[in-house]
Design a protein around this ligand. Structure first.
Ligand code: NAD
Ligand code: UDP
Length: 310
């Protein structure tokens, strides 16, 4: 049994990770400021004596004793991370400094939930870990993209300077139960709109692509990365290489929900990446990981969840 800290543990991915770590027999400390996460996401874990929750903002130092740290704290949806962009950068940068400092003091292994956003609007397709990205440093997505890039820098500097055991995971768009119904991300938006019979809002002409990974696959990759040999630091892409246009996604959701919603086209937000698809050869080779859940099956599970919550 390990003592494991999950920052952002009350969020969408964090709550699934806490659940998985508890079922693997670990002692889990969930730290969250509940900015986008909720107690509801972790309510079913509260009775477990090996689960503990602490309300704390990672931009402030944290003194606890743990063996491993998963650093997930950070709003992930564009509307949430653009709500208070200064706080978003602080969460990524000060949060990383604080969690790396903690890892250094207690000699814990630490994993960073980085993102495909470090590739920006990419000229290389699919994206390989060796690609340095094309990110606008002064746009409305920059608080998130550059914050996450700086966090990666900090992780690698702590590794070079202090020989910390680091793991950097570049997460591509992930979906599933416990996404916030109003968090503005495309999968939750389309499903909620289809279920309510509201218009399906496609931004731009819907030709932009994303690759969607079901949450269980993602968590499996995350745990495998954390427990990989010490000399494997990443960065490593974890995502589902199946690539879809937003128009295809909308049509797929409409047919699964059997909804009469109409598709409407709205302005494309600034700096919205045109295409995104992970090259996962490194994850396959180093972690023996690849996603198993097809989009249609994962969407069905997410639809069943949203039917209950809305
Ligand atoms: P989420 O918004 O559901 O979860 C983030 C959690 O972090 C929330 O519980 C929130 O309250 C907490 N948080 C935010 N700021 C904090 C702070 N200063 N101190 C403490 N807690 C704080 O998002 P998610 O989808 O679960 O994403 C989790 C992580 O994975 C994020 O770091 C995100 O950048 C990364 N990621 C997610 C995706 C995805 O598709 N879901 C893709 C790439 C990267
Ligand atoms: N998008 C859309 N309609 C929506 C929400 C999002 O067409 O209601 C588009 C968005 O412009 C982007 C893609 O879907 O091209 C994915 O958006 P999301 O916010 O889920 O993630 P990210 O852009 O960070 O990959």
């Amino acid at each position: 049994m390990k003592k494991i800290l999950v920052t952002g543990g009350a969020g969408f991915l964090g709550s699934h990770l806490c659940e998985r770590l508890l079922s693997d027999g670990h002692d889990v400390l969930c730290v969250d400021n509940f900015f986008t996460g909720s107690k509801q996401n972790i309510a079913h874990l509260m009775g477990n004596p090996y689960f503990e929750v602490m309300r704390h903002d990672v931009t402030f130092p944290l003194y606890v004793e743990v063996d491993q740290i998963y650093n997930l704290a950070c709003p992930a949806s564009p509307i949430h991370y653009q709500f208070d962009p200064v706080q978003t950068t602080k969460t990524s940068v000060h949060g990383a400094i604080n969690m790396l400092g903690l890892a250094k003091r207690v000699k814990a292994r630490i994993l960073q939930a980085s993102t495909s956003e470090v590739y920006g609007d990419p000229e290389v397709h699919p994206q390989l870990e060796s690609y340095w990205g094309r990110v606008n440093p002064i746009g409305i997505r920059s608080c998130y993209d550059e914050g996450k890039r700086c966090a990666e820098t900090l992780f690698f500097d702590y590794w070079r300077q202090y020989q910390l055991e680091i793991k950097v995971m570049r997460i591509f768009n992930t979906y599933g139960p416990r996404m916030h119904p109003n968090d503005g991300r495309v999968v939750s938006n389309f499903i909620v709109q289809a279920l309510k019979g509201d218009d399906i809002t496609i931004y731009g002409d819907g030709s932009q692509t994303r690759s969607f990974c079901y949450v269980d696959d993602l968590i499996d990759g995350m745990v495998k990365l954390m427990n990989s040999p010490a000399d494997f630091t990443g960065p490593v892409n974890i995502g589902n290489p199946g690539e879809f246009t937003m128009l295809q996604l909308a049509e797929c959701v409409l047919s699964l929900v059997k909804s009469k919603s109409k598709i409407v086209f709205m302005p494309l937000p600034q700096d919205d990446p045109k295409q995104r698809q992970p090259d996962i050869s490194l994850a396959k080779k180093e972690l023996d990981w690849e996603p198993k859940v097809a989009l249609i099956d994962g969407l069905q599970k997410a639809i069943t969840y949203f039917e209950k919550v809305i």
